[in-house]
Write a protein that binds this ligand. Structure first.
Ligand SMILES: NC(=O)c1ccc[n+]([C@@H]2O[C@H](COP(=O)([O-])OP(=O)(O)OC[C@H]3O[C@@H](n4cnc5c(N)ncnc54)[C@H](O)[C@@H]3O)[C@@H](O)[C@H]2O)c1
Length: 222
């Protein structure tokens, strides 16, 4: 667990399936308070239980202390409604891979959060620029693409859309490092709407540009 103040102190995770719960785990380990929201009944409870089990195993192995595990568990909180995410300074979306559903979600989130909040998508294959198309503040939006399983796959793509503020990408890259991950900037992003091709090639794309964040500003929009 990090001893520094996390770049994003209160974050929201929307979609607590395979990816959302992994991102929640490393965010709580970095010291953030993490609010979890999912439309599926019991999904948040299952995610919290799964992450807590991981931490219990780490305690058994002597990798983390019982006090640290308890503190991390206390930072994972359920959100009963999207409106409960109003105080988040970052929201990471990990819902179904569907452009229209993601656009609708972010349009709603934009009306809930503060103007300074960062909104991020974990999409594997959709265009960040396309998801941001309906937003009033596309400069506050970026891709934050983790790999599965998140706690073990220690790289994350930080992806600028055409209108993303470079400072947003720098902040996400800084936060990624606080979570123990290496932020990278993919050189290209497939235009495909299918998950499989992008997921298959992303680690390779990421590895080829692993030193790109936060050394240089973004030059390639997706
Ligand atoms: N699974 C992977 O290997 C992987 C890797 C990288 C990125 N991704 C991307 O991450 C995202 C999530 O993938 P996953 O594998 O975690 O999916 P998942 O099916 O395991 O979890 C998705 C969760 O989102 C919830 N959900 C769906 N629509 C919602 C909505 N409108 N609001 C709130 N919650 C909603 C579902 O109930 C479910 O719990 C997708 O965009 C996917 O492309 C997946």
């Amino acid at each position: 667990m990090s001893t520094t103040t996390p770049r994003f102190q209160t974050i929201g995770i929307v979609g607590t399936g395979a990816m959302g719960r992994g991102i929640a785990q490393i965010a709580a380990q970095a010291g953030s308070t993490v609010l979890l929201f999912d439309t599926q009944p019991d999904a948040v409870t299952k995610a919290r239980d799964a992450v807590s089990t991981q931490w219990d195993k780490l305690v058994e192995k002597g990798r983390i202390g019982a006090d640290a595990a308890s503190a991390q568990k206390a930072r994972l909180k359920p959100a009963a409604a999207l409106a409960d995410l109003a105080g988040c300074d970052l929201i990471v979306e990990a819902i179904v891979e569907n452009l229209d559903v993601k656009k609708k979600l972010f349009a709603e989130l934009e009306g809930i959060v503060q103007p300074t909040a960062v909104l991020a998508t974990n999409t594997s294959s959709l265009s960040v620029t396309a998801i941001a198309a309906a937003l009033k503040r596309p400069q506050q939006f970026a891709g934050f693409h983790f790999f599965n399983p998140v706690p073990l796959m220690k790289v994350v793509e930080v992806i600028a859309g055409l209108k993303t503020d470079p400072a947003v990408c720098q902040a996400l890259a800084e936060y990624a490092r606080q979570m123990g991950h290496t932020p990278c900037r993919p050189k290209t992003r497939p235009a495909s709407s299918s998950t499989t091709p992008a997921a298959a090639t992303a680690p390779r794309r990421c590895a080829s540009s692993a030193k790109a964040w936060p050394i240089s500003p973004p030059s390639t929009a997706s």
